[in-house]
Write a protein that binds this ligand. Structure first.
Ligand SMILES: *Cc1c(COP(=O)(O)O)cnc(C)c1O
Length: 364
């Protein structure tokens, strides 16, 4: 087998090695099913156990209250930008409020505006999206249809510390790049969605956790597959779900429960990993410049710059020689970015932090 590198890719991204090995071992024949996960019916007993197991794992990990539904959908997080507004805003006689902290929430409000009135409660663009706003900076309407935010801006590396306080309005969250990175008080949210390919599984499946009373907002005139209420009523099996994706999500969430020991433990590891890189940045006398302000720094994505583009190119090339790969920043912000999702081993981050210090010494 070819050697695996350390992939700091932003998504699709690294998966836990024990999960990949289990997928490989069972790919030809899922125990008890007599066939591959790629070959069995989504209505079979084996798949029913998988999708129910994935839901049970998610409920356990996040302590999801009973009055919430867990859905498995397709179309990625990007489709959720539209579906949130299609289901919760269209037809409402009031606006939705969006907290704009980076590239993904900017895309989300644009999609929402196709369905109704969406006002920015705060916009970090003038500051180049370096932080999450304070509560007193939020300009909320008196009775918004919902308040939307992105818990972790994957491109800018901005992550919230405490969720915004929004009164009775449902809080809607795009948690695509930080779901399962730490515990979350789900009861404070109306809806949380996350595509799987950053921190939860492969591309193709999107997790939606929605408070049941909000399902009543979905209009009867919506196409069934775009209607949260209909998808919930059919337990995500209205049509063929992304079976392989759901299967891997089940394995990843089982790994989090059985091998990591839950989200408190995962958060501790993630804080430790990200601190190694932020320390390397902070102790570099300005050689490395982090993008986000310290109080909003993400424990999942660490974007940083070097003194000039030539050094950045050299850094990326030399890092790749050491099998520290996919560290190029997003084309919209440039520089470098290390994504440290749950499955990135501590030793990979340690190697990167050591390389950063060494590279600085040689090139300052
Ligand atoms: C990757 C990402 C998206 C887009 O996900 P797709 O599945 O490609 O649509 C949306 N929001 C955030 C925060 C992301 O990281």
């Amino acid at each position: 087998m070819e050697k695996r590198v350390y992939s700091f890719a932003p998504g699709p991204a690294v998966l836990p090695l024990p999960v990949l090995k289990e997928v490989q071992r069972d790919l030809l024949c899922l125990p008890g099913a007599g066939a591959s996960i790629l070959e069995i019916s989504h209505r079979s007993k084996a798949f029913t156990q998988i999708i129910e197991g994935a839901e049970a794992n998610i409920r356990k990990l996040l302590a999801v209250p009973d009055n919430y539904s867990v859905l498995f959908m397709q179309g990625g997080a990007f489709l959720q930008f539209a579906l949130v507004a299609l289901n919760l805003l269209r037809g409402a006689k009031k606006p939705a409020n969006y907290i704009i902290t980076g590239a993904w929430s900017t895309k989300a409000i644009k999609e929402a505006k196709t369905q109704g009135t969406a006002n920015a409660a705060w916009d970090g663009k003038p500051d180049n999206f370096v932080r999450f706003p304070n509560q007193n900076e939020l300009n909320l309407d008196s009775d918004p249809a919902y308040v939307y935010f992105c818990s972790n801006e994957t491109i800018q590396g901005v992550q919230y510390r405490t969720e915004p306080i929004v009164g009775d309005a449902p809080l809607v969250c795009d948690s695509s790049s930080d779901i399962f990175c730490r515990p979350v008080p789900v009861e404070k949210f109306g809806l949380i969605f996350a595509c799987a390919q950053k921190n939860a599984g492969p591309a193709g499946v999107t997790i939606v956790i929605i408070r049941d009373d909000l399902l009543q907002r979905s209009g009867d005139d919506l196409p069934s597959l775009l209607n949260y209420r209909v998808v919930a009523e059919n337990k995500s099996l209205l049509n063929t779900p992304p079976t392989f994706g759901v299967y891997v999500v089940k394995l990843v969430t089982s790994w989090l429960i059985d091998e990591i020991g839950g989200l408190e433990k995962m958060a501790e590891i993630n804080r430790r990993k990200s601190k190694m890189l932020y320390d390397a940045i902070d102790q570099s006398d300005g050689f490395y410049q982090g993008h986000a302000r310290p109080e909003s720094r993400s424990i999942m994505n660490v974007p940083f710059r070097l003194p000039n583009a030539d050094l950045e190119g050299k850094f990326l090339a030399e890092a790749a020689e050491r099998e520290l790969c996919d560290l190029k920043g997003h084309r919209s912000v440039g520089g470098c970015r290390a994504s440290l999702y749950n499955a990135m081993p501590v030793e990979g981050v340690q190697l990167l932090a050591e390389f950063m210090q060494e590279f600085q010494k040689k090139n300052k």
